[in-house]
Ligand binder design. Structure first.
Ligand SMILES: [Ca+2]
Length: 231
């Protein structure tokens, strides 16, 4: 009877440890690099910073990556001469964001905002500086794209593991040209880019050192009790 009780206790302790070591968990981390308004034809360079998988959390089982990007902006024109003749304008905006893919997540990722071009004849100033009305016009432009889920091969896990962060360089650029026959005018050119990387780490939870220490302590406490019980 005593042996049976002791055996059951030992089994209970073992199953607790087994349950703890078999637990699978996921940690999600993100990095993003939004730009300020892009200067035409001047690259904006930044790093996406993403937390690595800390080996103290457990054993890394799988790495999943999603990459997305967006380029967006506004372009417009207002003829500001109230007496001016109808004028011609030609305006175009293009932009691009590129982000270095995390290790083993395929080629570098980019989103290209294709050439948006508008040309028109436009009337004399309508008295309201709003890029609208007979003397003004404007457009919103946007392009976005994302990868599906990318599963990283375990042979590429090493750069993901450790304290610190992964640094993924990102470059954005806005391109624009503009020409007009107007002498007095205001021109609107705003362009931004955003890149985002999401990583999910699946891992097997290792019981914390505290838990292990308590388990050992438990053994030391129980052992004399068992011995006393057996007497
Ligand atoms: Ca106007």
């Amino acid at each position: 009877m005593r042996r049976l009780v002791m055996g059951m206790l030992v089994l209970a302790c073992m199953s607790l440890v087994t349950a703890a070591s078999a637990e699978i968990a996921t940690i999600d981390v993100w990095g993003s690099a939004p730009t300020p308004p892009l200067q035409p034809n001047v690259p904006w360079i930044d790093d996406l910073k993403i937390d690595k998988f800390n080996p103290a959390w457990g054993e890394l089982l799988s790495v999943h990556v999603w990459i997305s990007g967006q380029v967006y902006g506004e372009m417009g024109f207002e003829h500001t001469n109230p007496n001016g003749p109808t004028s011609f304008f030609d305006i175009f905006l293009g932009a691009e964001v590129q982000v270095t893919a995390p290790p083993g997540a395929g080629p570098n990722f980019d989103v290209v905002l294709g050439r948006h071009e508008h040309e028109d004849d436009i009337a004399a100033y309508d008295g309201i500086m709003n890029f609208d009305g007979p003397s003004g016009t404007s457009w919103l432009v946007s392009e976005s794209n994302s990868t599906g889920e990318i599963v990283v091969d375990p042979s590429n896990f090493a750069p993901y593991i450790g304290p610190g962060q992964l640094f993924l360089p990102s470059q954005s650029i806005g391109r624009s040209t503009f020409s007009t026959s107007a002498v007095n005018y205001e021109q609107l050119m705003k362009c931004y880019a955003k890149a985002k990387v999401h990583i999910a780490y699946d891992y097997r939870v290792i019981p914390e050192m505290n838990t292990l220490a308590l388990a050992s302590l438990g053994g030391f406490v129980w052992l004399p009790l068992f011995r006393r019980f057996r007497k």
